[in-house]
Design a protein around this ligand. Structure first.
Ligand SMILES: *[C@@H]1O[C@H](CO)[C@@H](O)[C@H](O)[C@H]1NC(C)=O
Length: 202
């Protein structure tokens, strides 16, 4: 009897863990932009995340993508967000990515009480008294990054880490003095360009 009972419990447990919950969500991103947060580049990362969410957490996302042309067009994003909510009945939205469009669409998401998640939006100003209450920003806070993380926390170690990593080619140090930077910056950047794909200016 006990064996039988545990068998039933076991089968219930197994069936329960295999159950998936389906959530309909929207994705709002620019089709193609110079910035690295367009649908072309973010889309594949989202696909991987959706697959993992289903395999590991049993959450299946039914995804409606609304991609758009233009450079961070506020009116398009607000229009698409309302269509996603009122016509497609999505429960949450990933994106948009530009700060300007988050400022615009974030208020509609707040009114609709719809969760909105973005990887950037680092220029969106949120005050304690005037929050975008349904918006979650996954990126850094630009103020905190520049003041605290970049200078206080990373500081010298940022350069040291690159130097210490044997797998990376040696970084090119181009010293400059802040006082003379105004006249030098063009030649500094031109020289840096010859050696590197990325630059850290301190
Ligand atoms: C959305 O993205 C697809 C795939 O890149 C593209 O074919 C389509 O034209 C885009 N739609 C708009 C409105 O930009």
């Amino acid at each position: 009897m006990r064996y039988f009972l545990s068998l039933i419990l076991f089968s219930v447990f197994v069936r329960k863990s295999e159950e998936t919950t389906t959530v309909k969500i929207g994705v709002l991103l620019m089709t193609s932009a110079p910035e690295p947060f367009d649908h072309r580049r973010v889309g594949p990362a989202l696909d991987i995340a959706f697959e993992r969410a289903e395999a590991e957490y049993g959450v299946k996302y039914d995804v409606i993508v609304r991609n758009y042309t233009g450079n961070c067009p506020k009116q398009t994003v607000i229009g698409y967000l309302s269509e996603l909510y009122y016509i497609e009945n999505v429960k949450a939205v990933i994106g948009p990515a530009c700060s300007e469009t988050i400022e615009a669409a974030g208020r509609l998401a707040q009114y609709l009480e719809m969760p909105m998640i973005s990887g950037v939006g680092d220029l969106v100003i949120r005050k304690q008294k005037d929050m975008y209450t349904t918006f979650t920003r996954m990126s850094y806070n630009l103020d905190k990054l520049s003041d605290y993380v970049f200078f206080n926390l990373a500081g010298n170690s940022l350069a040291r880490d690159f130097k210490a990593d044997g797998d990376l080619p040696r970084p090119v140090d181009i010293p400059f003095r802040k006082a003379t930077l105004n006249n030098q910056h063009k030649s500094l950047l031109t020289e840096a360009n010859l050696h590197a794909r990325g630059k850290i200016l301190r």
